[in-house]
Write a protein that binds this ligand. Structure first.
Ligand code: AMP
Ligand code: GLY
Length: 426
């Protein structure tokens, strides 16, 4: 079969790599892709938000299955557009992708169906939000309702900071219409865990757990980024926590969406916080996480095409998801300056070091081909993933492999997976 993948990050490279392992697949296209994806797929120069061009391409090439990696096209309704043309596509429809596209929607859903999450209020008017802040406890969390490249969440330690935050989001419109509505939420503390799950709208099957490192600098300092590295599984996601989440979070969420007439088909990504008052949902996403996908997908044993098809066909109950009994760590190599200003177009080398190295992966994110050279083309440049028998070994392997890739201004965090040591000391 012919498969089209929409997106251009490390997540899409991991998906493309896994799709390439399926004996059912004869050809992979990726729009727009990147230099690494180009080694296993044919990259086509169509942007992920060019819905009409993507549909026309899929029809022209007689694509059997399109997999949407990114959030923006999902929230914009790419799945509906493809389905209308009779094309098979993996991902939630617009009315279900809203679970990521609107934080006000997802908070309301959780409240209505008793799914554990932080206390909150929603505001569509800056004056009302300002008034609310007068009597709030601090710290407090402000969230732009819409998509904001993962930057629409402000943790405010004082009333003054929070008021500035409301101004930034609602009046200055730093994230455009994403800030027309905001959610103001109770601040929580605890360990974060990402759990990705497949759903066909009725059944939900979880993948192995992962943990992201969102801040730019070691020790969780610096600005929030798309994610600087991940490890999987999370040792904090115990059997007990898992059972609680199965009973009170994942299936109730899928049932709630179905009940609302918004059946969720695709990957439901639940961001959890393990607080001292129990497990709470931080957020939902309607797609694989990036860089969570880079540690979860390499550990997956199933043919991913079978799972995509089962979700679309409503037969996920017949699939047994299987993961390897090992661990994986992904360290993102970024451009110095990310997530703010950074240079692009810097020559890269060392990719051949990964040839024939089982259990080591270089997933490209911001790279492109220029002449006969691969150059940097984004903030997050590549994700270096390695497996190991346990997290400690996987981390050592991943950091070893970070040395195989060279480019000027290469920047990474040195403490990805450091939490693992904490568990071992207990
Ligand atoms: P979100 O996009 O909602 O996951 O938020 C991004 C990040 O902000 C999360 O991964 C957390 O680190 C942090 N965050 C979000 N909501 C809260 C909260 N209520 N309390 C503390 N931290 C939060
Ligand atoms: N790594 C967080 C995300 O994909 O949203």
């Amino acid at each position: 079969m012919k498969v089209l993948i929409v997106g251009s990050g490390g997540r899409e490279h991991a998906i493309a790599w896994k799709v390439s392992k399926s004996p059912k697949v004869e050809k992979i296209y990726c729009a727009p892709g990147n230099a690494g994806i180009g080694q296993i797929a044919e990259c086509v120069d169509i942007g992920a938000m060019e819905l009409d061009r993507l549909v026309a391409f899929a029809k022209e090439k007689e694509i059997d299955l399109t997999v949407i990696g990114m959030d923006d096209p999902l929230v914009a309704g790419i799945v509906d557009v493809f389905e209308k043309e009779g094309l098979r596509v993996f991902g939630p429809r617009k009315n279900a992708a809203i679970i990521e596209g609107s934080k006000a929607f997802s908070k309301e859903l959780m409240k209505k169906y008793g799914i554990p999450t932080a206390q909150y209020e929603t505001f569509t008017n800056a004056n009302d939000a300002m008034a609310y802040l007068e009597t709030s406890d601090y710290p407090i969390v402000l969230k732009a309702d819409g998509l904001a490249l993962g930057k629409g969440v402000l943790i405010c330690h004082t009333k003054k900071e929070a008021k500035e935050g409301v101004k930034t989001l609602m009046l200055d419109k730093q994230f455009g219409s994403a800030g027309d509505t905001i959610v103001i939420e109770e601040f929580m503390t605890g360990r974060e865990v990402s759990v990705l799950a497949f759903s066909d709208g009725k059944t939900v099957k979880c993948m192995t757990s992962a943990q992201d490192h969102k801040r730019a600098k070691d020790g969780d300092q610096g600005l929030n980024t798309g994610g600087m590295g991940t490890f999987s599984p999370s040792p904090f996601y115990t059997k007990e926590v898992e059972q609680f989440c199965n009973a009170h979070i994942y299936q109730p969420t899928i049932d709630a969406m179905a009940k609302e007439g918004r059946p969720f088909v695709g990957v439901l990504f639940t961001g959890l916080m393990l607080t001292e008052h129990g497990v709470k949902v931080l957020e939902y996403n309607a797609r694989f996480g990036d860089p969570e996908a880079q540690v979860v997908i390499p550990r997956m044993k199933n043919d991913i095409i079978d799972v995509f098809e089962a979700c679309i066909d409503g037969t996920l109950d017949q699939v047994e998801l299987e993961f390897e009994d090992n661990a994986a760590v992904c360290v993102v190599l970024a451009s110095k300056g990310y997530p703010e200003r950074y240079e692009k177009g810097i020559a890269m080398s060392g990719f051949e070091n990964f040839d024939g190295q089982d259990g080591y992966y270089c997933f490209h994110a911001g790279t492109k081909v220029e002449g006969d050279q691969i150059v940097t083309n984004g903030g997050r440049v590549v994700g270096i993933t390695a497996k190991g028998r346990d997290l400690k070994e996987a981390r050592a392997n991943a950091y070893k492999a970070t040395e195989w890739i060279s480019f000027d201004n290469k920047y990474m965090r040195n403490d990805i997976g450091k939490a693992i040591d904490e568990v071992e000391r207990r």
